[in-house]
Design a protein around this ligand. Structure first.
Ligand SMILES: [Zn+2]
Length: 323
């Protein structure tokens, strides 16, 4: 027999070895994620996700999460975007404190903020979120987003990924004291999401804004209520935080300055799409005519801008009908 079949078998074997090596490498990469907590104040740390949309390169680490260490236990704010990231966050907390994880506050049920919950559920921590997250979890969007994440982050999000529900639904804003620290959970939705919560830790004057503030990238707006969102930013500024931790991007010690990108972008979207809706200009035409040069080079522009503009166009159409 000619050498071909043998050669074919050798190539197949080599490819298989290659694929296995790659899989092992990636599985190791998924588990070897190490997050570096950045200290913000006496009791508070956060981890900062990378700019841009979720991809295999950033392993879905695109949002922030924080934790507050009190003498009576740890409170975590958000759980990151994959089960592996949740485990890595828990490991990072464990390098700072061995106190029990008492509760996780989810600022809103978007995949990049809550897919890491299984690790915290396993510790027995309470998981709190605003009741409007039910809309998302019980509707079709949660499943559609999960399918999308399974494609984008196949090594980290798969058919076994659980969408963990809160074990306490909040009706609105709520304050509690733990280990002598006062936590204010402030309901600011529906703005970026129907269930937006911000978390202020009074003694340290640190504010976790959730996705009411994005820093260093184009926000994800989608079909959000941008009018309410702009009002929510004003409410948060009134709290005068010493440190603001946005949902995405670096923490800031100048909250007013850090809000500018999100605020100006929302205003620009509303002005441009509002004008188009008023003039009954079709969306595609309006989108093409709009000057996006100020935002075009920012991270997440390609992934988010068109869908943001479209959502805003529809919203402004509805708003103009209400007038
Ligand atoms: Zn979000």
């Amino acid at each position: 027999m000619p050498a071909w079949p043998d050669c074919g078998a050798r190539i197949a074997r080599a490819l298989l070895i290659c694929a296995c090596t790659l899989l092992t490498y990636n599985a190791t990469a998924a588990e070897s994620l190490s997050l570096k907590p950045i200290r913000l104040s006496e009791h508070i740390w956060y981890v900062q996700g990378q700019a841009g949309p979720a991809s295999a390169t950033n392993q879905g680490f695109i949002s922030n999460a924080g934790f507050v260490v009190t003498p009576e236990g740890v409170v975590v704010i958000d759980a990151l975007g994959t089960p592996a990231l949740g485990r890595a966050l828990l490991a990072a907390i464990r390098r700072v404190s061995d106190k029990p994880i008492r509760r996780v506050i989810v600022t809103h049920y978007h995949s990049d903020h809550f897919y890491g919950l299984p690790a915290f559920k396993a510790t027995g921590a309470d998981i709190w979120a605003h009741r409007n997250a039910r809309e998302y979890l019980d509707g079709s969007i949660a499943q559609a987003r999960l399918a999308q994440r399974q494609r984008e982050l196949a090594l980290w999000v798969n058919e076994r990924t659980q969408l963990v529900r809160p074990n306490r639904w909040l009706e609105g804003s709520l304050s509690f004291v733990l280990g002598g620290l006062h936590f204010d959970l402030i309901y600011v939705g529906p703005a970026h999401a129907p269930d937006d919560l911000a978390v202020m830790v009074r003694e340290d004057a640190v504010l976790f804004s959730g996705d009411i503030v994005f820093s260093g990238r184009i926000p994800f707006v989608g079909d959000a209520d941008s009018r309410r969102w702009l009002a929510a930013m004003d409410e948060l500024l009134q709290l005068n935080p010493k440190v603001l931790v946005p949902g995405h991007g670096a923490a800031s010690r100048d909250a007013a300055a850090d809000l500018v990108l999100t605020r100006d972008y929302l205003r620009y979207l509303r002005a441009a799409m509002g004008k188009a809706a008023e003039e009954l200009l079709p969306f595609d035409e309006a989108y093409q005519q709009t000057d996006w040069s100020k935002y075009k080079h920012m991270p997440a522009f390609e992934a988010s801008n068109r869908i943001n503009a479209y959502g805003t166009y529809l919203l402004l159409e509805r708003e103009s009908l209400q007038r």
